[in-house]
Write a protein that binds this ligand. Structure first.
Ligand SMILES: Nc1ncnc2c1ncn2[C@@H]1O[C@H](COP(=O)(O)OP(=O)(O)OP(=O)(O)O)[C@@H](O)[C@H]1O
Ligand SMILES: [Mg+2]
Length: 243
C-alpha cells in the first residue's frame, strides 16, 4: 500500500482551498484534515473566514482553487446535499429551521441512517438529549425561543446520524443557561465518537471541547495544534485572538 493512499481514518480533507467574494480573496489556501472521531476547533477573530471556509467545504460558496474530499472522495464543488449525505451534519450560523413545520416535523424530516447504516440518533434520543424539545413537539418551529431553535437545529443534524458535526456559532445570542446546555450537548456529541468542527466566539470553551484547533487570520491558517497546548499559550491567544 502506498503512503499516499487516503487513509480510511480521514473523514474530511481540505487542501489549498481558495474562495473569493467578487474581487475579494477571502480564503487564501486553507488546509484542514479531520479524522474520524476527532473534535477540531476553528478559531479566528471576526471576518477572518471561518464561515466562508465551512460554506466552501459544503459547496455553498464556490471554491476558486483547491480541493475538498470527504471520506476519500473528491467532493469539490458538489452540491451541499450530496456532501451532507456522506455523513456531515451542519448547524449553520443563524440556525435554518422551518418555522411553519412543527418541532416533530422538523426533526423527523431530517431522519436518515448514517453512512455505515447506523441509526443511533432517533427522535427518542434527540428528545432525551433536549428535554425542552420534548415539551414543545407540536409547536411550530417559528414559535420557539432562540435557544430552542438552536437545540432543534442541532437535533435535526443529529437525526442524520452524521460522522461529523459542523457547528458555526451555535451559542450566539443565547442566554447563559442555554449556552451551557448547548456546550453540554457538544460534549455529548464528542463523547459519542462523532467528529466535530466547532466555531464559537468563546474560544476558551472551544479549546476545552476539542482535541485540536486551527486558527485563521485573513483567510490563512496561522496556527494549528493541540487544544490543550494552545490553551496555555497566552502569547498566541493574544496575538491571534486579541485577548
Ligand atoms: N456573502 C458575502 N459577500 C461578500 N463578502 C462577504 C460575504 N460573506 C462574508 N464576507 C466577507 O468575507 C470575510 C470573511 O467572512 P466570514 O463570514 O467567513 O468570517 P468569520 O470568520 O465567519 O466571521 P464572524 O466571526 O464574524 O462570523 C469578511 O471580510 C466578510 O465581510
Ligand atoms: Mg462566521
Amino acid at each position: 500500500m502506498s503512503a499516499a493512499q487516503p487513509s480510511q481514518d480521514v473523514l474530511l480533507e481540505a487542501s489549498d482551498l481558495h474562495a473569493h467574494y467578487g474581487q475579494s480573496h477571502v480564503l487564501q489556501g486553507v488546509a484542514l484534515r479531520i479524522a474520524r472521531g476527532e473534535a477540531v476547533g476553528l478559531l479566528g477573530r471576526n471576518g477572518m473566514g471561518k464561515t466562508t471556509f465551512i460554506r466552501t467545504l459544503l459547496g455553498q460558496v464556490r471554491a476558486s482553487g483547491g480541493r475538498v474530499s470527504v471520506a476519500g472522495r473528491d467532493m469539490t464543488g458538489q452540491p451541499t446535499e450530496r456532501i451532507a449525505r456522506l455523513g456531515i451534519g451542519y448547524v449553520p450560523e443563524g440556525r435554518g429551521v422551518f418555522p411553519n413545520l412543527s418541532v416533530r416535523e422538523n426533526l423527523v424530516m431530517a431522519a436518515r441512517p448514517g453512512t455505515r447504516g447506523q441509526r443511533e440518533w432517533t427522535l427518542e434520543r434527540v428528545l432525551k438529549t433536549f428535554p425542552r424539545l420534548a415539551e414543545r413537539l407540536d409547536h411550530g418551529g417559528g414559535q420557539l425561543s432562540g435557544g430552542e431553535q438552536q437545540m432543534m437545529a442541532i437535533g435535526r443534524a443529529l437525526m442524520t446520524n452524521p460522522e461529523l458535526m459542523i457547528l458555526d456559532e451555535a451559542t450566539e445570542g443565547l442566554a447563559p443557561l442555554v449556552v451551557a446546555e448547548i456546550w453540554r450537548v457538544i460534549g455529548l456529541i464528542r463523547a459519542s465518537g462523532i467528529a466535530s468542527l466547532v466555531v464559537d466566539r468563546d474560544f476558551r470553551k472551544v479549546l476545552t471541547h476539542t482535541d485540536r484547533c486551527v486558527v485563521l487570520e485573513k483567510g490563512r491558517v496561522v496556527l494549528e495544534g493541540p487544544s490543550a497546548a494552545l490553551a496555555k499559550d497566552e502569547a498566541a491567544l493574544h496575538r491571534y485572538l486579541g485577548v
